[in-house]
Design a protein. Structure first.
Length: 267
């Protein structure tokens, strides 16, 4: 690991100012991805700005018809939140199934979404729920945020401060996880909202995506059976030692049906 300067500011403004000093500054959340990446020398930031001292970045609250979750809120806190369980049980279920206990007590929703790992769980919820990503300088619609593998609309030095997640009529998440890491081989988040059905798939492609055929079929009939005649094109899916693209395509359909059944409480 190369040497770096470490800062632990108490305010968002100070964090942004510190990040602007260096071209290679990095915010640090729980370090679950950033620290192993630095140890492997895949990343060598000159400045590390630890966000854990910024109280304003933590917590979960109801704001009108939406949940607002701070970027530094840990997976374990989302999983254990009575508010999330009552308003967005699909999100509580998702958070409870990330990694293991150690990862859930260090990893944060902001770190997960900023990192945009193709197999991460949260991006599917953020996209399916049509959430807004709130940063120190703007609000970004989920449809405009996830640009590709480990790539987002965040600018250098931009910090995610939280998420505004509209509460849907129904939602649920189902994933088939890698047995070792629990990262998704395929995970599907379905949401029935006032403006229609939104579905997002993680783990299967190079980045989270919305499958139009599945959304259209569920828009006509929000039942698992509506997906009986749908299949997903495997051509552009990921293929690796864990699962080939045809298997992932199959898993997506199975997870989609399970998610709908969970949302309808028939599973
Ligand atoms: C063994 C293991 C198993 C895992 N299993 C799963 C799993 O099953 N499902 C899953 O979804 N994930 C899984 N993860 C990922 C984990 O849950 C974390 O979400 C992820 O590693 C990000 O960690 P972090 O929040 O500590 O962010 P960090 O590692 O601190 O940061 C990650 C990246 O995001 C940037 N960043 C962090 N916070 C912000 C912010 N607020 N604004 C802008 N940029 C920011 C950092 O600069 C860095 O580039 C696993 C990780 C491990 C180590």
């Amino acid at each position: 690991m190369k040497s770096f300067t470490y800062h632990k500011p108490a305010t968002i403004a100070d964090a942004v100012a510190l990040l602007s000093i260096s071209d290679t500054g990095s915010p640090l959340a729980g370090g679950m991805t950033l620290l192993p990446t630095m140890k492997q020398r895949l990343a060598s930031p000159e400045t590390i700005v630890d966000l854990s001292g910024i109280v304003a970045l933590r917590g979960i609250r109801l704001e009108g018809d939406a949940l607002v979750i701070g970027a530094m809120t840990r997976h374990a806190d989302v999983a254990a939140s009575d508010l999330v369980a009552a308003k967005l049980p699909g999100l509580a279920r998702l958070a409870a199934r990330i990694g293991d206990q150690q990862v859930r007590h260090r990893g944060t929703i902001g770190g997960s979404v900023a990192n945009n790992d193709p197999a991460a769980d949260y991006p599917s919820a953020i996209l399916a729920l049509d959430a807004e990503i709130i940063t120190d300088r703007r609000r970004i619609a989920a449809d405009d945020f996830f640009l590709g593998m480990f790539e987002t609309a965040l600018e250098p030095g931009e910090i995610i401060t939280g998420f505004r997640i509209p509460i849907p009529e129904m939602s649920a998440y189902s994933k088939f996880g890698n047995p070792a890491s629990r990262y998704a081989l395929a995970g599907v988040f379905v949401a029935k909202t006032a403006s229609g059905i939104r579905v997002a798939v993680t783990g299967a492609g190079s980045s989270v995506f919305r499958p139009a055929d599945i959304e259209n079929a569920l828009g006509a009939s929000f039942t698992p059976e509506a997906l009986d005649r749908i299949s997903i094109d495997a051509t552009s899916l990921l293929s690796d030692i864990h699962a080939d693209r045809e298997y992932r395509a199959h898993l997506v359909m199975v997870m989609a049906k399970r998610a709908v059944a969970l949302a309808l409480k028939i599973a």
